[in-house]
Ligand binder design. Structure first.
Ligand SMILES: [Zn+2]
Length: 371
């Protein structure tokens, strides 16, 4: 069912007639088959999240989707065939390493194809018009993908789920404009590399800088046809809710709105949380809820579906609460948001105003909405 809405054209009925947005999760079996041992990105990250969600009062409100496997032909829209072959060979010789941070076990490729397939299933669910169509879906999956480039694994990542999902949506649904917003604490350098010269995918990364992998300065804006389609917002160490929300509301979301994408993909890493061992950022549970809420509100206003991918997030004890906070922002319900890990008062990073001005200056030639 669709309706004509002034300024938005024909959009699915579900998006604006519901009192409350419908959100949910994609849950994946067999995540332990990507066996990384004592690595920070390990099989203990997600079972606690799933258990917590299943036992939460909001569980009955969530749309729950089962994944399917992505096909190799899906993966090679973003990666070279040689790279996918190299993962397969590494799995056959497992345990082995694809880079200094990225190890594989025998079941790693299949686990990755299921994680990517979960994102593709989510794209189908939000893109196909149906009576029970959710507004947004969050794929609870591992390993992460946003460091993985067209022909290399990197930083715990094998297949780039967000990029593969964008190319899938273009190939299957004919979408011409996809936006990927990446709030993982690390720069999404793999996604940036794949779409560096691509004007059909807008990529916006909000990340701690300096931090691994070292890229993502504000003057990296894309090249060729993709010039102006890469937006980097490097936040200083010690940034918390005020800085992230300012980056989102004053740069990322206005650009997304101006671009008018037909699908919004979020690389929704949780490693910017105050208790994460791999970063210096101070985002609280309330901050994650607010980022999800504001991004979800924009997607609903634009009448488009939104898919969130579980990237980094390495404190196993806080991940369940962060994921609940994100889902509460998407679904418009309440969850506990007390956060003992966030210092009070917070000291704003002194160089943030200067960074934000530099980002806006780099992007103004392409996005007049920032004026
Ligand atoms: Zn990360």
């Amino acid at each position: 069912m669709t309706d004509e809405v002034e300024g938005l054209g024909s959009i699915p009925h579900a998006y604006y007639t519901r009192e409350r947005p419908q959100t949910g999760v994609v849950l994946l079996p067999g995540q332990e088959n990507h066996d990384t041992g004592e690595h920070p990105e390990n099989a203990r990250r997600l079972p606690g999240v799933v258990k917590c969600l299943r036992e939460s009062p909001e569980w009955d409100r969530l749309f729950v989707l089962s994944p399917r496997y992505a096909r190799l032909e899906d993966a090679v829209r973003s990666h070279t065939e040689g790279f996918v072959d190299s993962i397969e060979k590494a799995c056959a010789q497992a345990p082995s390493w694809l880079d200094t941070d990225t190890c594989v076990s025998e079941g790693s490729l299949q686990t990755c194809l299921l994680a990517t397939g979960g994102v593709l299933s989510a794209v189908d669910a939000v893109a196909m018009e149906a009576y029970h169509q959710p507004d947004s879906l969050f794929t609870i999956s591992r390993p992460p993908g946003h460091h993985s480039g067209s022909d290399r694994a990197m930083g715990f990542c094998l297949l780039n789920h967000a990029s593969i999902a964008a190319r899938y949506a273009q190939a299957v649904y004919g979408f011409e404009r996809i936006a990927i917003v990446d709030w993982d604490v690390h720069h999404g350098n793999g996604t940036q590399e794949i779409h560096w010269r691509d004007d059909s995918v807008l990529f916006i990364s909000m990340h701690q800088w300096p931090l691994y992998p070292g890229t993502g300065w504000h003057d990296e804006t894309g090249e060729g046809e993709g010039e102006g389609m890469t937006v980097n917002i490097p936040l200083p160490p010690g940034s918390g809710d005020p800085e992230y929300l300012q980056a989102l509301e004053e740069v990322a979301l206005p650009i997304v709105e101006d671009y008018r994408p037909q699908l919004l993909i979020v690389s929704a890493g949780q490693d910017g949380h105050a208790a994460d061992p791999l970063s210096d950022q101070l985002i609280s549970l309330s901050g994650f809820k607010a980022m999800a809420e504001k991004t979800g509100e924009l997607a609903r206003r634009l009448g488009i579906g939104m898919v969130l991918v579980h990237e980094g997030g390495y404190n196993v004890s806080t991940l369940p609460a962060i994921d609940r906070a994100i889902l509460s922002g998407l679904g418009g319900f309440e969850v506990p948001l007390d956060d003992v890990f966030v210092p009070s008062p917070q000291i704003p990073p002194a160089d943030w105003p200067e960074r934000l001005s530099a980002v806006i200056k780099s992007q103004l030639p392409y996005w007049s909405v920032l004026r």
